[in-house]
Write a protein of this length. Structure first.
Lengths: 268, 680
């Protein structure tokens, strides 16, 4: 039956460079199947980390991007019609619970709070998933683990997790890696020189100092990789940075001008 | 708040000045100004007074030029704003120093250079307009917060100003003319980069000891070059920022001290620059020998001492009163030196920059509108009710019950009357902000018709049909705006500090706050959401004044607008009591969501509290109480250095620092929209 999750297995090792002891901590958490929150700014590597861990632990990774229109049926499954009548189809969460995968709910706070309460029985000692419509209670597969991510930087008060949900999770805090490591990551992912990657990271570091001064988040590692990719394919560095970073992150003319100043400080 | 525009402070009103001028024989000048101003009818009081101030200064130096300019005032002012007007005058005087005839031709607009300068000034943005983005640039490059301020040149014949750097401030001159650089933003940017270089790599306030002024100037120039080289290693792009102005200022044939320093400065940065002067070449050679030890300050100081000694041997004259750092973007180097520790009496100026004969505006000095100096706001207000609130004493961990008295008042009729006249013209200037449709939509299920089919219901329908049951045909999904409405109080800080004048339009913070609130209210006329505008100030714990300027559910008519316009800024900011009182009003609202949008310009403070943390802690406690009551609070703070306390009071995601006060209306609307659209 586990072949049902084969499609969710990662075929190749995702590139990931740890910036602390997050790998060890995750392994410990997985050993005890503790539900986990990965929290950190956008584009800092949360999703890449969970992909890497799923590959390292050789577990299928069932990912679901949450949004506010999502219903609990989208998580656990629903009856669908076929020629013979109605047939139950497991949702992604149920699949992971039933067959033993890591279920990753990306940006979990985007889902409505009444939707996410279905995970409560899964995230305590019961480890069960009741399927009310089907009249079935699934006891989670021993390999099952629930991991959610969210970005505390720009979430408003109303888009926060309920305390009753939140307290069921252990948390790993992510941030942008230190500059050298971030440059290594950018250089690898965008296939550019380390020197160029260092300059891009420098721009990002400057922008992150402006948090709460007009921008909610600084330039992310992902944006740097985009910039690096464009530069690597021959686009002028300043135009690449404008396209992937300056124009992408803000519409405010003053902030744009300041960010362009950072770019011009690094690229002649 | 810092960005005071010094020009408009403390002038004699024009009618009084005109009378004085007539008494001292300046009838012609007064008449010329009157005729120009009367003709135009487009200038407001502030503009007229600032213009006259410039003419008055010019008249003291050169009456003929002042008269010539006064007669052509409308032509000049139709092309440039007031800041540029001042710079244009300075350009003429600096272009033709001590040449009376050419200066006169310039101010008569007979000199083609005058028109060229006018066009150049008109084409460039002002420092005040550029300050918001420059602040962010400085913050980012320096990696820490520094206050960036305008430094005003009030002397026509003083030496050009240079930036002044301290550990907490950078002052940028407002007297850069097009002679310094055609694109002034690039000049400001270079000044910021140079300041950052000092902040990163220079040891500040070194004792002068027995150094002579010439030695100080040479050591400072070498230090400038050293730190710029180091900064170039961090930010390779800044080399171009510096070179543009190093090349612009260089005078290759001149042998004066300033010219030699300028040539050396360029030689130390530009590898392609060729200079045949032995001393400049020696400076470059010595500097290059230490190129790999740029962090060794001592080595470069030795080089500077050798070079200063050489200049002494060469008998190059050095006059400290005539010397200014040659490159306009470089600071005056007062950052590097501590002149107080010297045993020797120093030459007059403490910094290397000569301030010029005219008086300098005191930094950080509050400025007020000239017309406000004669206008006293009537303080006889009508107290409507008194309310008692607790206050949190963090040292004793004690909530002091009934500690603060909040007095609800309405602004006095006299103040409303007088201010009404002054601000009448502003009302029509308000353009409606467009609050976009709120994305507070909800997916409605079980609808007769809609955009999508609800898959779960559709299946249920099919199952019922197969079972021969009568299905519920309402299987559509429809998005609909949520019917829930919110109530928001825009709470204005009305403390004395909000009277400070800021920005290019020379408005007080208070006026900007009021305009922003009015714009927001006007933009919500057709909305079901309820909004109120309240304000507060405090004069000790027994008098926390609270004004309900616009009540929930009332329309923004002339009376309400007048009420908002008229409320004065005075006293202090006892934030906690005001927040508790605002919350008590929100509790009476029957709507689903309650919010307070606080606009303030500084930390909580009051005259009876000496511990700066006390009212911050109390405000923080008040915010927590409000949250428990279901009231969401967001703070917009008009103080770039507010990070330290606003986060503590309001929490990480519940504040925004508004670096550019002009953008407050836009930011207020944006935050309001975020607040109400995320309410569901």
């Amino acid at each position: 039956m586990t072949q049902k999750l084969d499609v969710y297995r990662l075929r190749a090792e995702p590139f990931y460079r740890p910036s602390g002891n997050e790998i060890t901590l995750y392994e410990h958490a997985y050993r005890h199947r503790l539900p986990l929150i990965l929290k950190g700014p956008t584009g800092c590597g949360k999703t890449r980390f969970i992909e890497y861990m799923a590959w390292k632990l050789d577990r299928p990774l069932v990912t679901l991007a949450c949004n506010e229109d999502m219903t609990s049926s989208d998580l656990i499954g629903r009856y669908l019609l076929d020629a013979q009548g109605t047939a139950w189809h497991d949702g992604p969460l149920t699949l992971a619970v039933r067959y033993g995968g890591i279920c990753y709910l990306d940006e979990v706070v985007e889902a409505r709070q009444d939707t996410t309460v279905v995970i409560h029985p899964l995230t305590d000692s019961r480890r069960i998933l009741p399927l009310d419509k089907k009249g079935e209670v699934i006891h989670a597969h021993p390999d099952f683990q629930l991991v959610v991510s969210y970005n505390p930087g720009y979430q408003s008060q109303s888009k926060d997790m309920k305390p009753s949900t939140r307290q069921r999770f252990a948390a790993l805090k992510f941030d942008y890696p230190d500059p050298k490591l971030e440059a290594t990551i950018v250089a690898h992912e965008a296939s550019v020189t380390f020197d160029l990657a260092e300059r891009l990271v420098g721009i990002a570091t400057r922008s992150r100092a402006l948090k709460n001064h007009g921008i909610d988040e600084g330039i992310s590692t992902r944006m740097l990789i985009y910039a690096g990719v464009l530069i690597g394919s021959g686009v002028d560095p300043r135009e690449s940075c404008d396209m992937t970073m300056t124009c992408a992150i803000t519409d405010d003319p003053d902030i744009t001008k300041a960010l362009q100043g950072f770019v011009e400080a690094y690229f002649v | 708040m810092a960005n005071s525009y010094a020009l408009s402070s403390q002038y004699t009103p024009w009618p009084m000045l005109r009378a004085q001028w007539k008494d001292i024989g300046l009838d012609n000048l007064a008449h010329a100004i009157d005729s120009q101003i009367t003709l135009a009818k487009v200038y407001n009081t502030t503009q007229i007074l600032d213009t006259i101030h410039w003419l008055e200064i010019l008249n003291e130096e050169n009456p003929e030029c002042a008269l010539a300019l006064a007669s052509r005032l409308n032509i000049v002012l139709s092309r440039v704003d007031l800041e540029s007007f001042g710079r244009w005058i300075l350009t003429g005087l600096r272009m033709y120093p001590r040449d009376h005839d050419r200066q006169l031709a310039y101010f008569q607009l007979d000199d083609p250079q005058a028109l060229q300068a006018l066009n150049n000034e008109a084409g460039e943005g002002s420092l005040l307009a550029a300050l918001p983005s420059l602040r962010l640039l400085l913050h980012g490059l320096a990696g820490k917060e520094l206050e960036l301020q305008q430094q005003h040149q009030s002397s026509l014949y003083g030496l050009p100003l240079r930036p002044v750097l301290t550990l907490k401030n950078l002052l940028i001159p407002d007297d850069y003319t097009h002679l310094d650089g055609l694109d002034r933003y690039r000049l400001y940017r270079a000044a910021i980069a140079h300041a950052v270089a000092h902040l990163r790599y220079s040891e500040p306030s070194l004792p002068v000891q027995t150094l002579k002024p010439m030695g100080i100037a040479v050591i400072s120039a070498i230090e400038d070059a050293r730190v710029e080289r180091l900064l170039k290693l961090d930010y390779p792009g800044v080399e171009g920022w510096f070179l543009e102005f190093l090349r612009r200022g260089v005078k290759p044939q001149e042998l004066s001290f300033a010219a030699l320093i300028g040539r050396m400065n360029l030689a130390l940065m530009d590898t392609h620059y060729q200079d045949d002067n032995y001393w400049v070449d020696k400076a470059r050679r010595l500097f290059e020998t230490k190129e790999n030890d740029l962090h060794d300050y001592g080595a470069f100081r030795e080089i500077a001492s050798i070079l200063a000694n050489d200049l002494g041997q060469m008998r190059v004259p050095f006059h400290i009163t005539h010397y200014t750092v040659p490159e306009s973007y470089r600071d005056d180097n007062s950052f590097l030196w501590d002149f107080t520790s010297t045993n020797n009496p120093l030459p007059e100026p403490i910094s290397l920059q000569i301030k010029g004969p005219a008086k300098q505006e005191k930094q950080g000095e509050k400025t007020t509108r000239p017309d406000e100096t004669t206008e006293k706001v009537c303080t006889k207000e009508i107290a409507l009710s008194r309310h008692f609130y607790p206050e949190w004493d963090y040292k004793l961990s004690l909530m002091r019950n009934d500690w603060c008295t909040v007095i609800e008042k309405i602004p006095s009729q006299l103040a409303r009357h007088s201010l009404n006249n002054r601000n009448k013209s502003d009302v029509k200037d308000i353009s409606l902000l467009r609050i976009r449709n709120k994305c507070r939509t909800r997916l409605l299920r079980r609808q007769w018709e809609g955009d999508d089919i609800d898959i779960n219901v559709a299946i249920a329908v099919m199952v019922d049909k197969r079972q021969g049951l009568s299905p519920d045909p309402r299987l559509f999904l429809r998005r609909k705006s949520e019917e829930q409405v919110s109530s928001t109080i825009v709470l204005l800080d009305l403390s004395e500090s909000t009277n400070d004048i800021v920005g290019i339009r020379m408005e007080s913070i208070l006026d900007i706050e009021k305009n922003a609130a009015l714009l927001l209210v006007q933009s919500l006329v057709k909305s079901e959401d309820r909004i109120a505008v309240h304000g507060f100030s405090s004069n000790t714990r027994v008098e926390v004044n609270y004004y309900r300027l616009l009540e929930f559910g009332t329309t923004l008519d002339m009376n309400a607008t007048e009420m908002i316009r008229s409320v004065p800024g005075r006293y202090s900011t006892r934030m906690g009591a005001a927040l508790r009182h605002a919350t008590s009003h929100l509790k009476l609202e029957k709507t689903n969501h309650h919010s307070i949008l606080l606009i303030t310009d500084g930390a909580p403070a009051d005259v009876d509290i000496y511990d700066t943390n006390y009212l911050i802690e109390d405000a923080s406690a008040a915010v927590q109480e409000c949250k428990k009551s279901g009231v969401r609070i967001f703070c917009l703070v008009l103080n770039p250095q507010a990070d330290s306390y606003v986060k503590k009071i309001f929490g990480q995601h519940n504040y925004r620092i508004v670096d550019n006060p002009i953008s407050l209306p836009k930011q207020l609307a944006s935050i309001y929209q975020q607040l109400v659209s995320s309410s569901n």
